[in-house]
Design a protein around this ligand. Structure first.
Ligand code: FAD
Length: 445
């Protein structure tokens, strides 16, 4: 039975581990942190006793690998998809929505766009035309903002339509995002009926990772937390296992390293074969996201989520409602591309965002806030700038027996759960192929 070590238990590592355990490999996962999940981990919040995700996450229905992963491990019910896309939008005291119609193909959002009140009628028509050109076009090299400017998009159209979508889906402003990454989001998501239906996690993500752990263990594998790997062990240029920080050694035929570039450089320190991969990956820039949890003293939101435009507030989720409780009291404000905010004091953040929220959400104006919590992540996702795909390595490395996984590797997807899951599956497939080539699998295995 081939032995595989997976380093890192985020979505990438656990997707790889589950796939390999399913295929009959002897899998051992080592996770540095005391929790599974990496950037998608959860913790028990002391005062409320609630399990809260460090970062509030959503999926879109086009995230098919992620949904398939959840289904395989028996955690599909953790996410609840809309029957069809509907995003309530708050702008200047008015409410509109981006809602899918029954029209086919790219036309499904046309009626919503033609009724989109934050833009003038002429801006709506121009946005529709730009959308069609985006869907049909190709090429990289431009920022999304430059591309939009050349398609006659006004400043309000940028601010009230394109920028909020860029920030919400790619965690970067249209000025940073490459047009290729934006096109991917629109082509797979918004321009396909149901592609962008929102999937809200009705359960804490810890439950997803517990299911993944059980899946691996039920197939004879092992998942260890609080177990940092210090280096990959080699025999010449072939990986033969890993060394853990506590001095243990675990032998393996293949090592899948499912960590971001920085820890990877430590694990592979001194290996010239990975030097250029790491050098290139260092040119990826990373952007922050923070979440503000507000516990109101009464229900203030009747929707599972809303987006605000022309406001400091970006996306607001009613966590209690999403998790099936009566509510709208426990809100999570999810703030992306948050460079300007990330170093500010919690108190200031809560004060400014609460004031902005009360502007767009009148029901919150008279409600008191019983408690608040700010959770920040400085390196949440990499910025998919022009040409950034060329900086992402494939799963296969120049080192025999070493495969890379992680949302930052070459999947064609942005830095998301979907990208991470796909990367894990790619790495698992590469590992199986290499093991087969070494004839470690006997026919029929
Ligand atoms: C606040 C926030 C909000 C987000 N929102 C969304 C969203 O709504 N939708 C979406 O699709 N994506 C979202 N993302 C992105 C998503 O979380 C990531 O793309 C995904 O979780 C990355 O998974 P990964 O496995 O590639 O990496 P990680 O989750 O970073 O996992 C890497 C793991 O490796 C471990 N590790 C590192 N070094 C070692 C070592 N030496 N030994 C052992 N273990 C090690 C780490 O502890 C970590 O657990 C968000 C991210 C953040 C931070």
């Amino acid at each position: 039975m081939p032995r595989v070590v997976v380093v890192g238990a985020g979505f990438a590592g656990m997707a790889a581990a589950c796939r390999l355990a399913e295929g009959g490999a002897d899998v051992a996962v080592f996770e540095r942190s005391p929790r599974l999940g990496g950037r998608a981990a959860s913790f028990r919040e002391r005062e409320s006793g609630e399990d809260i995700d460090y970062g509030h996450h959503v999926l879109m229905r086009c995230c098919t690998a992620a949904t398939d992963f959840l289904t395989r491990i028996g955690a599909r019910s953790a996410v609840r998809f809309q029957d069809s896309l509907s995003i309530p939008i708050l702008c200047a005291g008015e409410r509109s929505s981006l809602r899918s119609s029954r029209l086919p193909g790219i036309l499904h959002l046309a009626p919503a766009l033609l009724r989109y009140r934050p833009l003038s009628f002429v801006e709506r028509l121009r946005a529709l035309r730009a959308g069609a050109v985006l869907a049909l076009g190709w090429g990289d090299g431009d920022t999304f903002a430059d591309w939009l400017a050349r398609r006659g998009q006004s400043e309000p159209a940028l601010r009230r339509l394109w920028e909020p979508i860029s920030v919400a889906t790619l965690n970067a402003s249209a000025e940073e995002v490459g047009v290729a990454a934006a096109r991917k989001v629109f082509r797979d998501g918004f321009f396909v009926p149901h592609g962008a239906d929102m999937g809200l996690f009705a359960r804490p993500l810890a439950e997803v990772f517990d299911a993944a752990r059980r899946y691996v263990e039920a197939r004879g594998g092992a998942v260890e937390v609080g177990a940092p790997v210090s280096r990959i062990a080699f025999d010449g240029s072939r990986a033969v296992g890993v060394e853990l920080s506590d001095g243990r050694r675990k032998d393996a035929d293949v090592v899948i390293v499912a960590v971001p570039p920085e820890p990877l450089s430590v694990l592979a320190a001194g290996r010239a074969e990975l030097a250029s991969t790491l050098e290139t990956a260092r040119r990826l820039t990373w952007a922050p996201i923070f979440n503000v949890h507000l516990w109101f003293d009464r229900p203030v939101l009747d929707d599972d989520f809303v987006m605000a435009v022309d406001s400091l507030v970006q996306a607001v989720f009613a966590l209690d409602r999403v998790r099936g409780a009566a509510g709208g009291r426990h809100l999570v404000l999810s703030q992306s591309a948050a460079e300007a905010w990330i170093s500010r004091a919690d108190g200031e953040i809560v004060r400014d965002l609460t004031a902005a929220l009360r502007e767009v959400l009148p029901t919150a104006r008279d409600a008191g806030i019983a408690r608040s919590l700010v959770l920040r992540h400085r390196h949440a996702t990499f910025v998919p700038g022009p040409g950034s795909d060329a900086l992402r390595p494939t799963a296969k490395t120049a080192l025999e027996g070493v495969f890379l996984a992680g949302d930052w590797t070459a999947t064609g997807w942005p830095s998301t759960i979907e990208g991470a899951v796909r990367s894990g599956i790619n790495a698992a497939a590469g590992a199986v192929l290499e093991i087969q080539q070494r004839c470690l699998f006997t026919p029929g295995d």
